[in-house]
Design a protein around this ligand. Sequence first.
Ligand SMILES: C[S@@+](CC[C@H](N)C(=O)[O-])C[C@H]1O[C@@H](n2cnc3c(N)ncnc32)[C@H](O)[C@@H]1O
Length: 260
Amino acid sequence: MRDRPLVLDDPIALRVIHAEVARALREHPPKHETPLGPYLRAFFVMRSRFAEDELALAVGRGVRQYIVLGAGFDTFAYRNPFPDLRVFEVDHPDTQAIKRQRLADAGIDTPASLTFVPIDFTTTALADALHADGFDASAPAFFSWLGVVPYLERPAIDATFRFIAALPQGTAVVFDYAVPPETLSWTGRLIYRQMAKRVAAVGEPWKTFFDPKELMADLHRLGFTSAEEFDGDALNERYFKSRTDRLKVGGMGHMAMARV
Ligand SMILES: C[S@@+](CC[C@H](N)C(=O)[O-])C[C@H]1O[C@@H](n2cnc3c(N)ncnc32)[C@H](O)[C@@H]1O
């Protein structure tokens, strides 16, 4: 609504949030926002755009399965432009139930290409959940895991990476992660403390941070054949370079991609 040019063109987003909130936003777009607002908004749209750009390349290479891990209110499945791409939305059953209700309320149909896979990453192996729902483990797949990794503990994160890394050649995963707060600038640490307090207050504290170099080594150790990571500067160069407004990402969130 606020920023042009669009980073992510998502006409479904406003339809799946509460109707009253969407109406209020449309009728009275907030005139002022906190200094943090543009950075958060930039990161959220960028990570989805990043995943969808990489997904398009993977589809071009022949991948036909897209697994959206911790899908939340991700709307790709309802905008999927690839006729033979199957999409699996994997998420906690509580979140999934709310989303399905909102989709129904908004009159958005579930496409035949979409399968909902309920999971609690802390108690269920991804392999078990996916296999039960028609995922083909003998074919390559593209995974996105956006806005989820910081909320999980290492054993659950590593188990998921191990499962993905064991899939056939051509498989890849895109995810975002947070760098250790002590490596941030003074302002970065201040922002981190504010945001960490906010997520902890709603009962979903950040638990895991990665040093970029160690993460790359870990991804190889867990079975991936290549891994790449993108810091704030790289992401700004890729998606925000030619803007005339001040929309850009900060330094705390990074993106990474690992391939088989
Ligand atoms: C911040 S949202 C991110 C949503 C979406 N991927 C995006 O990019 O906006 C975090 C998501 O992780 C899911 N999640 C968190 N912990 C989980 C767990 N233990 N098992 C399954 N899903 C979990 C939540 O249900 C939620 O959908």
